[in-house]
Design a protein around this ligand. Structure first.
Ligand code: NAP
Length: 531
């Protein structure tokens, strides 16, 4: 049963007074000098703190090694952690030598020391009030199984506070993305009570906890020095936190957008939209949402702060059912790739794939031929779609809406017939297509993955058959010029690249998200640089 949690940041007044969320880079080298070098590297990245993971050091001798790692002047404030195996670290010995090392780190000026809740009373007892004033004690609790209920998390905060901790740290594990909402609620509660808290949720379903914590007042978030050097599952790099997600700009009023998919890690949309938002000064962040159950996700993140979503495989069809209102053609296509929350809270669904593809083809024709500006250059033309999947439907319905006569050809003929029946046109097999030439001036749109990288030598139609077409579009955009487009151009056709569709669908999303024109040049440059 989905818990409807509407997460909102604490009131702005409380938020203004709070310090910005720190970016902390874990230093995980095996040798003290390398660890010291990691501090310098973290500083160069623009991090605020470095976490020295003493349990990672091979043959660690505190009195010999700590002065090396904590040498003055330090490039960054140091958070010293000596994590035992029973709390997810690598230290296997007794507590006493561990405590002594942490106390030595305090003496040497460490700005933060982390101690696990289970032994916090013992450690604090040993300190007997001798903690230096400039050192903050973080009392931490790690849950590698799941994320408990909000009530249990609140109890945990109280338990940690009762130890006398300066900073509460709770790290849990996400089994689904909705778990993170409970951590956001705890961050908000702590912010209201002015309790400094680090609250993060591990693994790829918990990634948004690491990016959005500044919105909810988290004290600190971790970012690795580089990919492959994470200290916890799915930790982003500090460079991505700072440069891609613009974490320094995230505050209570920052609007949240993102791409919903499964998988979603490969998506270039965060790069594209975050840079576009930044270029127009839009106070928003765009994140990847790894979602298993779309309805549950939307019910949970239902606050006005979660304003817009791109939607990709496998959720485009479910998105139609989850929206309160759907653009009529998106409903016909049966796929929504863009959702926007209106000020009244209602979710409206659009399909910018079809708008992007059709406008790209129209503009391609207009750029090469004199056309009547009052009608679509597709009107009345015979428009052949190869493929009957998501992109095929988008092209078929889009072309039909513009007054084209649409023909569907597909490998699985039954699917061609099904789509052709829906849009009211004929269906062909791929073999039929080789000799299909009922008239001049036909338009061809490939919506299969044939010819996509790495199979760049494949093509859905022979060069001979291409001579029948005046315009050829390919939804495939890696490579930018497919074999189909190259041969079509050699046959004298107007060619339109799938990259144009990709850019335009993203620009369409930007416009739905922001209500302002998309930065055309910038978005093109980013897409061209990344593909
Ligand atoms: P989809 O729903 O899985 O549909 C795939 C279609 O391709 C089906 O009709 C399938 O035929 C056909 N097909 C697949 N492999 C084939 C093969 N070896 N020979 C003949 N037909 C084959 O996928 P989709 O979401 O529509 O995406 C299709 C392509 O469009 C992908 O390359 C995708 O990258 C591209 N696309 C581009 C953009 C853009 O912005 N440029 C946007 C969306 C999609 P059967 O019915 O016989 O299986």
């Amino acid at each position: 049963m989905a818990t409807a949690i509407s997460v909102s940041p604490a009131p702005a007044a409380a938020a203004v007074a709070r310090p910005p969320t720190l970016v902390c880079v874990p230093a995980t080298a095996r040798a003290p000098r390398e660890m010291a070098a990691e501090l310098a590297a973290a500083a160069a990245l623009g991090a605020d703190v470095a976490e020295l993971r003493l349990d990672r050091l091979a043959g660690f001798a505190p009195r010999r090694d700590l002065p090396v790692i904590l040498a003055d002047p330090r490039p960054l404030p140091a958070l010293v952690t000596y994590r035992p195996k029973w709390e997810g670290g690598e230290y296997e010995g007794d507590d006493e030598p561990r405590f002594e090392a942490l106390m030595l780190a305090m003496e040497l000026g460490a700005e933060y020391v982390d101690i696990e809740l289970k032994v916090a009373d013992k450690f604090i007892g040993l300190l007997s009030g001798k903690k230096p004033d400039n050192c903050k004690l973080i009392v931490s609790s790690h849950n590698f199984e799941n994320t408990p209920s909000t009530e249990e998390l609140a109890n945990l905060v109280a338990q940690i506070q009762a130890t006398g901790a300066d900073i509460v740290k709770i790290v849990t594990t996400a089994t689904e993305i909705v778990d993170v909402a409970r951590m956001f609620q705890i961050l908000v509660q702590c912010q209201e009570k002015q309790v400094p808290i680090i609250g993060l949720v591990m693994n790829d379903r918990g990634l948004i906890s690491r990016i959005l914590c500044p919105k909810y007042g988290g004290y600190l978030t971790f970012g690795s020095l580089e990919k492959g050097r994470e200290s916890a599952p799915a930790q982003p790099t500090a460079a991505d936190l700072i440069n891609l997600y613009n974490i320094r700009q995230i505050g209570p009023d920052t609007k949240v957008f993102g791409i919903i998919g499964k998988p979603v890690g490969h998506s270039k949309s965060p790069i594209l939209h975050n840079e576009a938002f930044r270029s127009v000064g839009f106070n928003a962040v765009y994140v990847p949402f790894l979602v298993d159950d779309l309805a549950k996700f939307l019910n949970t993140y239902s606050s006005p702060d979660f304003v817009g979503f791109s939607c990709t495989i496998p959720h485009k069809e479910a998105a139609v059912r989850c929206c309160d209102e759907v653009d009529p053609i998106a409903r016909d296509i049966g796929a929504v790739n863009t959702m926007v929350r209106r000020p009244d809270g209602k979710l409206v669904g659009y399909n910018t794939d079809y708008v992007g593809a059709i406008s790209a083809i129209e503009d391609g024709i207009r750029a090469s031929q004199p056309t009547d500006p009052t009608t679509s250059p597709l009107a009345g033309r015979l428009f052949v779609v190869i493929g009957a999947g998501g992109a095929g439907k988008a092209l078929a319905y889009g072309a039909k809406e513009k007054g084209a006569r649409v023909v569907i050809a597909n490998r699985t003929f039954a699917r061609a017939q099904e789509l052709a029946n829906l849009i009211g046109g004929p269906a062909l097999t791929l073999a039929d297509l080789e000799n299909y030439h009922p008239e001049e001036g036909m338009i061809l749109a490939n919506t299969t993955a044939i010819g996509m990288h790495p199979n760049v030598n494949e093509t859905p139609l022979s060069k001979q058959a291409l001579t029948s077409y005046a315009v050829v579009f390919d939804a495939v955009y890696t490579p930018k010029e497919t074999r189909l487009l190259r041969e079509a151009a050699e046959c004298g056709a107007i060619v339109v690249s799938g990259l144009e569709m990709f850019i335009r669908q993203a620009m369409g999303q930007f416009e739905h998200f922001t209500g302002t024109p998309a930065p055309d040049r910038l978005m093109r440059d980013i897409v061209l640089a990344k593909t």
